[in-house]
Design a protein around this ligand. Structure first.
Ligand SMILES: Cc1cc2nc3c(=O)[nH]c(=O)nc-3n(C[C@H](O)[C@H](O)[C@H](O)COP(=O)(O)OP(=O)(O)OC[C@H]3O[C@@H](n4cnc5c(N)ncnc54)[C@H](O)[C@@H]3O)c2cc1C
Length: 573
């Protein structure tokens, strides 16, 4: 019989997963008098939320109000309706409203209790900027956190390898993502003489304290920003409240009583010993990204898939929920917000998120050597690449020496030698095409057409260089006449295969009701079992995912579940 922790089972809540959903749940429930235990499978806390951009999408927040921005849930609902109805059966209007109305309340609540200190990122709803209800500025919130608040946990939070943690958002908005990353890496390599053979390996954070590095080789900076900053604030609050957080503790099975109610979850430690944790169970385990079996089942593009999320996201929550009869709702893969990325050759961070495709002197082609979309934007690339009627996979990033001399590629600073297992190079476009197994004539024709437009700062076929976010964030603001357009003409030429990478947002997930209670196939509540964050199906927003929805839901659903568990105080919080 495994050891059991169940002294007061009716007040125990066992949270499975320590991303934003899990930590927000821990903070909210502890503040309402529950004894919360967080089980985290990985050695460090934070999940994909810690790796993320930290954009939290909230319409009508107190932060907008204090900045004089007029916005509300109705406008946000119009936006979701305009963008999320490709499959009407995948949206639940009641759940959508519940989330939209709860998000501003959650943002205010978590700020008041000291888990966040919100600021607005000056971004429009950039996935669908011209859709009804879209907002020019105000919905994107983020929060940073001094790492000293984490005490001895400072080195137990995942640091994002994908964003320049330590720098504020404003630096990225002013100079572009690539520029900030390049400067960070140049200063690091000058200081450390870092061997750049692997993505992120051996490099130090922007204003690092020299503390121990995390799994991706990044040390903990003094100021945590981006997703690491958002998670840092919630972690700091959870620790301050005395929440028990157990790392290397993988939830492996659920226990039900004779009525079918979930009464406990079993955790497996690093030494394979099992512990029984009694109480209501909240699954916050996020995506299926690193389960080849589930990727094949739900996405069907196994050979073209990768993930920029941590390796611990293997769909465990879906399996656990299914083991007690929960219903899973699935989305078509072309609606899932997969992001172009590429293999790095590094075991710790196997895929880099590709933001380079929005810079000048680069474009994306399919195996015919042809462009197929505005290749500055993730959403456009995904929709076109995975179009069920006209797919464009595999796809390739192609660039020239002009790019190589001016811009970084992931960890490879301008002018550095790319490793052969990551990048192919050749003196001519046709020789590069042969290496990439792309149609050479097609690639040469594409470059000719692209270059003619690039010289004028235009892309008549696909409108590259017209999206504001792609210019500000992804382009080179110094480049004339267009931040996103430069010729691909100077030899040698370079290329790599792009993958569609998961980011811990699968849309597919556990069917929950408006309050986060898990449902069975008949739509009945499974007592004692909840699912929040990215492991809960995105019925709140249907098919039109927008950046920031995931963290917003993760935070908001924590309040909804706590209200169900503690209805007496729900009205006053
Ligand atoms: C590079 C990148 C950028 C992103 N940018 C944004 C953004 O700006 N805005 C936004 O809204 N979203 C963004 N996302 C997506 C977002 O980060 C995720 O959807 C979000 O983190 C989901 O939150 P969560 O708490 O549900 O899951 P996660 O943050 O992924 O946490 C899940 C946790 O559960 C743990 N776990 C899994 N199985 C078990 C088990 N069996 N037992 C115990 N623990 C388990 C995992 O180890 C993990 O720590 C981004 C993602 C990435 C990778």
């Amino acid at each position: 019989m495994p050891p059991s922790i169940d002294n007061q089972p009716e007040r125990n809540i066992i949270v499975v997963g320590s991303g934003l959903a899990g930590l927000a749940m821990a903070v909210a429930a502890t503040l309402r008098g529950f004894k919360v235990t967080v089980l985290e499978k990985a050695a460090k806390v934070g999940g994909a939320a810690s790796y993320s951009g930290g954009q939290v999408w909230v319409a009508g927040s107190h932060v907008e109000e204090r900045e004089g921005i007029s916005d509300d849930a109705e406008a946000a609902a119009a936006y979701i309706r305009a963008t999320g109805y490709e499959h009407p059966e995948l949206i639940d209007e009641d759940a959508m409203y519940r989330w939209l109305e709860t998000a501003p309340r959650a943002a205010k609540y978590f700020e008041e209790v000291g888990a966040a200190q919100w600021e607005i990122i000056p971004l429009a709803d950039y996935y669908y900027p011209s859709a009804a209800g879209s907002c020019a500025k105000g919905r994107y919130l983020t929060s940073s956190c001094a790492s000293s608040r984490l005490g001895s946990w400072k080195d137990r939070i995942l640091i994002s390898p994908h964003f320049p943690v330590g720098h504020p958002y404003s630096a990225v908005m002013d100079s572009g993502h690539n520029q900030v990353e390049t400067e960070r890496r140049e200063s690091e390599s000058a200081r450390e003489e870092t061997h750049l053979s692997a993505f992120g390996a051996g490099v130090q954070g922007a204003s690092d304290s020299g503390a121990a590095a995390d799994g991706s080789g990044r040390a903990t900076p003094e100021l945590l920003t981006f997703g690491t900053g958002v998670v840092g604030g919630f972690l700091a609050k959870a620790l301050e409240l005395g929440v028990t957080i157990l790392t290397d503790q993988r939830a492996v099975r659920l226990e039900t009583d004779e009525s079918g109610r979930v009464v406990a979850v079993y955790g497996e430690g690093a030494d394979a010993t099992e512990t029984r944790f009694a109480g209501d169970v909240v699954l916050c385990t996020s995506g299926i990204d690193w389960s080849p079996e589930l990727v094949a089942k739900y996405w069907g593009i196994a050979e073209h898939a990768g993930s920029i999320a941590p390796r611990s996201l293997t769909g465990d929550g879906l399996r656990l929920a299914q083991s007690v009869g929960a219903d899973i709702i699935t989305w078509p893969v072309h609606n899932v917000p997969l992001i172009p990325g590429y293999a790095t050759g590094d075991d710790e961070v196997p895929y880099a998120y590709c933001y380079e495709h929005a810079l000048p002197h680069v474009f994306i082609v399919d195996s015919e050597g042809q462009r197929f979309c505005d290749d500055t934007q993730h959403g456009e690339i995904r929709r076109a690449a995975l179009d069920p009627d006209d797919p464009h996979l595999p796809m390739f990033l192609v660039w020239d020496e002009e790019y190589h001399s001016k811009y970084a590629l992931g960890p490879y600073i301008p002018g550095s030698t790319y490793p052969e297992n990551v990048v192919s190079s050749a003196p001519t476009l046709s020789a590069l095409a042969e290496k990439l197994r792309v149609n050479g004539d097609g690639l040469e024709r594409t470059a000719e057409e692209f270059n003619a437009g690039a010289l004028r700062g235009e892309d008549p076929r696909f409108g590259r260089g017209t999206n504001l976010k792609a210019k500000l964030w992804g382009g080179d603001p110094e480049h004339e006449p267009n931040a996103n357009l430069g010729t691909v003409a100077r030899p040698p030429f370079y290329g790599l295969t792009l993958k569609m990478c998961g980011a811990g947002i699968n849309l597919t997930g556990i069917h929950v009701d408006t309050e986060g209670r898990a449902l069975n196939e008949k739509g009945q509540v499974i007592e004692g079992l909840f699912a929040t964050g990215a492991c809960a199906a995105f019925t709140t927003s249907g098919t039109g995912y927008n950046s920031g929805y995931s963290l917003s839901r993760a935070m908001s659903m924590a309040l909804l579940v706590t209200d169900v568990l503690d209805p007496e105080t729900a009205a006053v919080v």
